[in-house]
Design a protein around this ligand. Structure first.
Ligand code: GLV
Ligand code: MN
Ligand code: MN
Ligand code: MN
Length: 402
C-alpha cells in the first residue's frame, strides 16, 4: 500500500522545479522547467519498465503493458502551472499515477489491459492562452492552424515553441487512432475548493464541470498627459476597462455565475500618462450554457453603451470555450461505489478529463485541499490525503484494468 513516505519521496523529486521565492510555481509548456519535468516523466516510466510514447501533439504516455493487450486504462494529468500557481494542480495526478502503478506491482496484480500514465501539454493555457491545448488538439477541439498561431507574452508562436522542443508543428492535430487505444481516462486532481475539507473524506469524485470560457478585451483611447488633459477632453480606455470589470462581476452575480478579470496590460503603463490601450482577459464560468451566454450578452451590451460615453473603443472576442461536461455516469458511479460512497461534487475548473470526455468515458478523483485555494501558492493537500488518493486511484485502476 502506498505510504506517506512513498508519496513524499517521489514528490520531493519534482517539488523544487519552477518554484518561485514566494512559493508560487512557474511551469510553462516547452520552457526549461517543463522540459526537466518531461525528462523526469520519461525516467520514471523507464524505471518502472513502462514504455514511453509521445503523440503528435507532444502529450506523453507511459505504458504498463502493450497496446496489443486491448484498450488501456488511462490516468495522469499535467505538469504546467498558471503563473504563480500551486504545487498540486496537475503534478499530483501524474505522481499519483506512477505511485498507483507501484502499488499494483507490489501487490503482484497483473492487469488484463494496459495501464497508462499521461502528461498532457499546456493544460492551464498559462503560456499560450488556450487551456487543455494538448488534449484539445488530440480530440480535434482546436484546429492545428489555430494552435500553431497562438502566441505567448513575448510573441513566440506555439509552432515555434513546439518546433524548438524538437516536434513537427506540421504534424499536430486530431488523433482519433491514438484515442481508440484508451478505454477510459481517470484523472486524479487536487480539489480546487472547500467541499471535502468539511467532510471526513480525503477523496471525492467529480460529477460535472461548469461550462466556461476566456475572452480577450481590447480597449482603445487616446494617450495623453495626466496633468494637462482636462477630464472632459479625455478618451481614457482605463475607465471603460474598470467599468467592464465591475459590470462583469455584477452580471455574473445576478445570474449565479462567476466572472474574473485576472490579467491586464496597459500601454504605456505609466503613472503620469493616460493609457492609449488596455487589454484585459475575462474568464466566465456558469452552471449552464444559457447562463454563460446571458452573462456575456448583458456585459457586451453594457460595455458598448459605456464605451460610447467614454469615447473609447472596445472589442471583446472569444479565446476559448469549454462546454458543460457531465462525466460518464456509469464510470462515475462505478468509481464512487468502489471507493465506498465518497462525495460526488461538481467543479468550476477545467480539466483534460473534460476535454477528453468527447472521445472516451472519463472520471475524476479529487483529493481534499485544506485551504480550498488553487491557482495560488496556498494550494494544499496533506501527505496523508495524497497517499489516500494514491490508494484510491490504485483501486480504481485495478478495477478498470481487470
Ligand atoms: C484550469 O485549471 C482552469 O480551470 O482554468
Ligand atoms: Mn489541473
Ligand atoms: Mn488549474
Ligand atoms: Mn485545470
Amino acid at each position: 500500500m502506498a505510504s506517506v513516505g512513498d508519496f513524499r519521496d517521489l514528490w520531493d523529486q519534482i517539488d523544487p522545479v519552477g518554484r518561485g521565492s514566494d512559493g508560487g510555481y512557474h511551469r510553462f509548456s516547452w520552457t526549461g522547467e517543463d522540459r526537466a519535468l518531461r525528462e523526469w516523466f520519461a525516467a520514471q516510466a523507464e524505471k518502472r519498465g513502462m514504455s514511453v510514447e509521445c503523440d503528435r501533439n507532444g502529450n506523453q504516455y507511459a505504458w504498463l503493458g502493450s497496446p496489443a493487450e486491448g484498450p488501456a486504462v488511462l490516468t495522469g494529468s499535467h505538469f504546467d502551472s498558471v503563473p504563480g500557481g500551486g504545487a498540486y494542480d496537475g503534478p499530483l495526478g501524474i505522481v499519483s499515477g506512477f505511485l498507483a502503478v507501484d502499488e499494483l506491482r507490489a501487490e503482484g496484480f497483473e492487469p488484463a489491459r494496459p495501464v497508462v500514465v499521461a502528461n498532457f501539454v499546456e493544460e492551464e493555457g498559462g503560456r499560450f492562452g488556450v487551456p487543455c491545448l494538448g488534449s484539445r488538439l488530440a480530440t480535434g477541439a482546436i484546429t492545428p492552424e489555430k494552435a500553431r498561431s497562438l502566441t505567448d507574452r513575448d510573441g513566440v508562436s506555439y509552432a515555434e515553441a513546439f518546433a524548438d522542443a524538437g516536434f513537427d508543428p506540421g504534424g499536430m492535430g486530431a488523433d482519433p487512432e491514438l484515442l481508440k487505444r484508451f478505454s477510459c481516462f481517470v484523472e486524479l486532481h487536487v480539489e480546487q475548493g472547500k467541499y471535502l475539507v468539511d467532510t471526513p473524506h480525503p477523496v471525492g469524485v467529480a460529477s460535472a464541470i461548469w461550462p466556461h470560457g476566456r475572452w480577450r478585451m481590447d480597449f482603445t483611447g487616446e494617450g495623453n498627459h495626466a496633468g494637462t488633459t482636462r477630464l472632459a477632453d479625455r478618451r481614457d480606455p482605463m475607465l471603460t476597462f474598470a467599468f467592464t470589470v465591475l459590470a462583469a462581476r455584477k452580471a455574473a452575480s445576478l445570474e449565479g455565475a462567476l466572472a474574473t478579470v485576472g490579467r491586464v496590460e496597459a500601454n504605456p503603463n505609466a503613472t503620469n500618462a493616460i493609457a492609449d490601450r488596455v487589454t484585459g482577459w475575462l474568464d466566465v464560468r456558469a452552471p449552464s450554457q444559457d447562463v454563460l451566454d446571458k452573462v456575456l450578452g448583458r456585459l457586451t451590451e453594457q460595455v458598448e453603451q459605456r464605451r460610447l460615453k467614454d469615447g473609447t473603443g472596445a472589442a471583446i472576442r472569444s479565446e476559448s470555450l469549454s462546454a458543460v461536461v457531465d462525466f460518464d455516469e456509469a464510470l462515475r458511479d462505478r468509481v464512487a461505489a468502489l471507493l465506498g460512497g465518497v462525495p460526488v461534487l461538481p467543479t468550476g475548473a477545467g480539466h483534460d478529463a473534460g476535454v477528453l470526455s468527447s472521445s472516451l468515458p472519463t472520471a475524476m478523483l479529487f483529493v481534499r485541499n485544506p485551504t480550498g485555494v488553487s491557482h495560488a501558492p496556498a494550494e494544499g493537500a496533506s501527505d496523508d490525503d495524497c497517499a489516500s488518493g494514491v490508494r484510491a486511484l490504485a483501486n480504481v485502476l485495478k478495477e478498470l484494468s481487470r
